[in-house]
Every structure is written in structure tokens, then in C-alpha cells.
Design a protein around this ligand. Structure first.
Ligand code: NBP
Length: 505
């Protein structure tokens, strides 16, 4: 094979994501070698490409890993889009005998960042490069422009960069709005690509995981807004769809709000008199990245309560039968709404926006702590920019986060950026009334409530932890610091202190 006949890049794993990423790369002029463990899936894919795709001469299928690897230009760039975990390790083991020094393996799956750190080290010791790249945007993103979050050596990134920048989603340089052409099925070539070098080893996969954690809370907040409109205001799905559509024209403009409006307006294909959303069982599944984000927050000591609440909300939803039984036993207040509906809808919008700001503040605070733990140098303005297009959480509001971190890269918390401080000052009264009304009516809105608790806790110079630390010292001699001494000096008291009045016992 001459160099001209060889492929620019290879991809292993021809399920939903892999097939679409192959087509995306071929659309952008790259010759792509494709391999799948089960050969029949590779053959079916290549047959379909040959009959349907204009880029067919640039897609080449192989049924052995040896031929697949040999077909790619050196240093080889091989993308893995296989099931995360054992699938990735098995694929790497299969590739290793055929790779040569300097070759680059890029894992585009949803790997745990600690696995990526381990794999990068093992491959580096063998003279190979390993990158862990978050890929967000699902099937459509992979096909026409995902958000890509690569981590690994800078040398490997320089090789991968032209491909990643050409296939990534693009945003308008002036407005930051995504330049999507999904409907027309055309690759987008202009604009700022939604990818950037994130950092060494597992940095890309960590940032992708936090993206997913934010996705969980973003979705939960939208669901709580819907639930209030449905349960408290008694609105029909199509009426709620119209509200989300209106909100999508303002600061809440985002992919998730847009698809929510679409979903709510959808009639049931089985029975056109019903709305499909009402026929969907209220139990949510998950693949674990929201849980990983929350576990990491707990491990690193970061308050990401709203993100964790979104995971717990999915767990609670899964207890369908138990909840049904409990609903006949545990009583709550009767749901009544007597106020101004339009004003309350506006309050829900404010509660959603304020809670969303807190959720993103938690996600960025988590990444801030993680970079210290794992010795990464994350550029938060760039991360927000990479999320503006292609990915599931793409939103107009991310432009404001980019601006906030560009103005002050050492910003301690997003809540302290003047734009977001103003937004919270403006929204908090409505937010409080929504949370209070939900509580009075017995409507579960855990994400709204926990985000508000975070806001109130973060802005409190004084919290009740003085009593808590005294309790710890009482039963466990854990010591405490004093308000009238410098920080870092610790004291212990033999509780109860002698001389306590009898009446206090
Ligand atoms: P899946 O996660 O369903 O994985 C299916 C692919 O993994 C098939 O190609 C399968 O080969 C291969 N595979 C498995 Br399973 N075990 C293997 C093994 N032991 N050795 C080699 N190959 C193995 O596919 P997907 O939904 O396209 O996702 C691919 C990756 O992208 C995953 O890591 C996922 O988390 C991530 N991701 C997915 C999305 C999404 O929206 N779906 C979004 C972002 C990221 P076979 O055909 O022989 O069984």
C-alpha cells in the first residue's frame, strides 16, 4: 500500500456513535478505515455507505485488526468508540501487537477518568500515545458536529487537532451561537470549532463527565418546571410546550429547552388524541456519569448538592411501585393555586434560570478542585466555549460563562461574577416563592430547593457549623477552632464544662 492509498485515520466500534463519526470524518475529506469486533456489523455499515453516502470512496472496512492497522498512515490515529470499560481494554489489547512507536489511540467513549489516567501511563511506557476525548452530542452530534474534549499529551493533540477541529460543531465567532446544519445534512466548516486541548491524561474525560453531571441537573430543573405547570397550574402538555418555546427565545435559549418543547407538543402515534409524554412511564434510567460526578464531588469535598440531587431524583423515580403504594398511605396538602398564573409562570422561569446558574457554579467549582488533585491546568472560559455547540447542554448562557472566566480566570465561584450576581439578585425573590409554593402544595422539586440552599449557604458568612464542631469535640475530641484566635489553632474541651447550671441539663 502506498502512502496515498492509506487512510488518514482509523475507527474501532461501529455502533451508533462510531458509524456517525466515520461519516462525519469522511464528509470532511478524510479517508477512514473502519473495524468492528462483529464483522457482520462492519459489512452492513460499509454496504449502506456504498449505496447511500456521497463520501463512500473514503470509507474502508476491514475484518481483521492487523489489516485495519496496516491500512492507516503513520503515526496512526485510531479512534475507539466501543463500550466503555472492559470493551476499551479488550480493544486496546487486540490493537497492541500491531501498533508501532508514536501511534496514537484516542478513546472517544465515556470512560472513567481514572481508567484513562491508567491507560495513558501504560501506553506511554510502551512508546505509544493515548488520548481520552469526551464526545458529546449523541448520534446527531457525532454525525454533523459534536463537542470534543480531548485529553492526553500535547504532542498527540497536535496530530489529532486538524481532524478534531474540522469535525467538531462550530459556533459563530460574534454571537457564540451554534452554526448547525443538521436538517440540510451538510458539514459545517465555518466558525469556531467546539474543541480545544483540555489537559493531560484523564482531563478530557473528567470534563466530559462533569458535562454529563450538569446535563443531569439541567434536565431535572426543566422537569421540575414542567411538573409545577402540570400539577399546580393544571396545564396541558401543548400549553407547557408553548411556554418552553417562549422561554427558548430568551436567556434560557438551549438545546434541552428546545427539545422539551418538541417533546411536549408531540401526540401519541398510537392514539392521536393523547400526548405522548403522558404515555411515557415516569421512571428514569441512567448510565452512571451523573453518579460518577457526584462521587467525585464527595471525594474532593466540593458542594455539588444540586447535581447529586438530580441523580437521587432519578433513583426515586425508579421506585415506581413503592411510590404508588406510598401515595395511598402518606398524605400531603391538597394542591391549590389561587394566584396570577402568568406571574407564576414568570417566577418558574426565574427559578429555573437561578437554579441553573447554581448548578453550573457547582460544576465549575468541581473542575477547579479536580485540576488541583490531578495536576491539570484547565481553561474554564475555553471549556464553556467548547460546550456552546454540538453537546447536549449547549446554551446561549454558556457565552456568559466564557466571558466571566475570560474577565477573571481565577474567579472563585461563578456566582461572584457580576453578570450572574445581578441575575441571582433579580431572580431570587421569584425563586423563593416557587420553592415555598411547591413545599406548601407538597410538590417535589428537589433540584430547585437544593440549588436555593446552596445559594443561601454560599452567601452566609455564618453557618451553624460552630455547634456541629462542638458536638464533634464533645463525643470524639475532634477539636475546634475559636472565633477569637487565629485560624489553624485547635482547642479541645472536656465536655460538659464544670459549672454548667443545673437547669441546663
Ligand atoms: P455502545 O456503548 O453500545 O458499544 C457498542 C460497541 O462496542 C460495538 O461496536 C461493540 O462491538 C463494541 N464492543 C463491546 Br459492547 N464489547 C467489546 C469488546 N469486548 N471488544 C471490542 N468491542 C466491543 O456504543 P455507542 O452507543 O455507539 O457508544 C460508544 C461509546 O461512546 C461508549 O463508550 C459510550 O459511552 C460513548 N458515548 C455514547 C453516546 C451516545 O449517545 N450513545 C454519547 C457520547 C458518548 P460488537 O458490535 O461486536 O458488539
Amino acid at each position: 500500500m502506498t502512502d496515498q492509498q492509506m487512510s488518514d485515520v482509523g475507527l474501532v466500534g461501529l455502533a451508533v456513535m462510531g458509524q456517525n463519526l466515520v461519516l462525519n470524518m469522511a464528509d470532511h475529506g478524510y479517508h477512514v478505515s473502519a473495524y468492528n469486533r462483529t464483522t457482520s456489523k462492519m459489512t452492513a455499515f460499509v454496504d449502506r455507505v456504498e449505496s447511500e453516502e456521497p463520501s463512500k470512496e473514503r470509507v474502508h472496512g476491514f475484518d481483521t485488526l492487523e489489516e485495519f492497522v496496516a491500512s492507516i498512515k503513520r503515526p496512526r490515529k485510531i479512534i475507539l468508540l466501543v463500550q466503555a470499560g472492559r470493551g476499551t481494554d479488550a480493544t486496546i489489547d487486540g490493537l497492541l501487537p500491531h501498533l508501532e512507536e508514536g501511534d496514537i489511540v484516542i478513546d472517544g467513549g465515556n470512560a472513567h477518568w481514572l481508567d484513562t489516567i491508567r491507560r495513558e501511563k501504560e501506553m506511554r511506557e510502551k512508546g505509544l500515545h493515548f488520548m481520552g476525548s469526551g464526545v458529546s452530542g449523541g448520534e446527531l452530534g457525532a454525525r454533523f458536529g459534536p463537542s470534543l474534549m480531548p485529553g492526553g499529551s500535547e504532542q498527540a493533540w497536535e496530530s489529532l487537532k486538524p481532524i478534531w477541529e474540522s469535525i467538531a460543531a462550530k459556533v459563530d465567532p460574534d454571537t457564540g451561537k451554534p452554526l448547525e446544519d443538521y436538517a440540510a445534512g451538510r458539514p459545517v466548516t465555518e466558525g469556531i470549532p467546539c474543541t480545544t486541548y483540555i489537559g493531560t491524561d484523564g482531563a478530557g474525560h473528567y470534563v466530559k463527565m462533569v458535562h454529563n453531571g450538569i446535563e443531569y441537573i439541567d434536565m431535572q430543573l426543566i422537569c421540575e418546571s414542567y411538573f409545577l405547570m402540570k400539577e399546580l397550574l393544571g396545564m396541558r402538555p401543548d400549553e407547557i410546550a408553548a411556554v418552553f418555546e417562549k422561554w427558548n427565545a430568551g436567556v434560557l435559549d438551549s438545546y434541552l429547552i428546545e427539545i422539551t418543547a418538541d417533546i411536549l407538543a408531540q401526540k401519541d402515534p398510537r392514539d392521536g388524541s393523547k400526548f405522548l409524554v403522558d404515555q411515557v412511564l415516569d421512571t428514569a434510567g441512567q448510565k452512571g456519569t451523573g453518579k460518577w460526578t457526584s462521587i467525585s464531588a464527595l471525594d474532593l469535598g466540593v458542594t455539588a448538592n444540586a447535581m447529586a440531587e438530580a441523580v437521587f431524583a432519578r433513583y426515586l423515580s425508579a421506585l415506581k411501585e413503592e411510590r404508588q403504594a406510598a401515595s395511598g398511605i402518606l398524605r400531603g396538602p391538597a394542591v391549590t393555586f389561587t394566584g396570577d398564573r402568568e406571574a407564576f409562570l414568570e417566577s418558574i422561569r426565574q427559578a429555573l434560570y437561578s437554579s441553573k446558574i447554581c448548578a453550573y457554579a457547582q460544576g465549575f467549582a468541581l473542575m477547579e478542585e479536580a485540576q488541583k488533585e490531578y495536576d491539570w491546568k484547565l481553561d474554564f472560559g475555553m471549556i464553556a466555549q467548547v460546550w456552546r455547540g454540538g453537546c447536549i447542554i449547549r446554551a446561549r448562557f454558556l457565552q456568559k460563562i466564557t466571558e466571566a472566566f475570560n474577565q477573571d480566570p481565577t474567579l472563585a465561584n461563578l456566582l461572584l461574577d457580576p453578570y450572574f450576581t445581578d441575575a441571582l439578585h433579580e431572580g431570587q425573590s421569584a425563586w423563593r416563592s416557587v420553592v415555598a409554593t411547591a413545599a406548601q402544595n407538597g410538590i417535589s422539586v428537589p433540584a430547585f430547593m437544593s440549588a436555593l440552599s446552596y445559594f443561601d449557604g454560599y452567601r452566609s458568612a455564618v453557618l451553624p457549623a460552630n455547634l456541629l464542631q462542638a458536638q464533634r469535640d464533645y463525643f470524639g475530641a475532634h477539636t475546634y477552632e475559636r472565633v477569637d484566635e487565629e485560624r489553624g489553632r485547635f482547642f479541645h474541651t472536656d465536655w460538659p464544662v464544670a459549672g454548667r447550671p443545673e437547669s441546663d441539663v
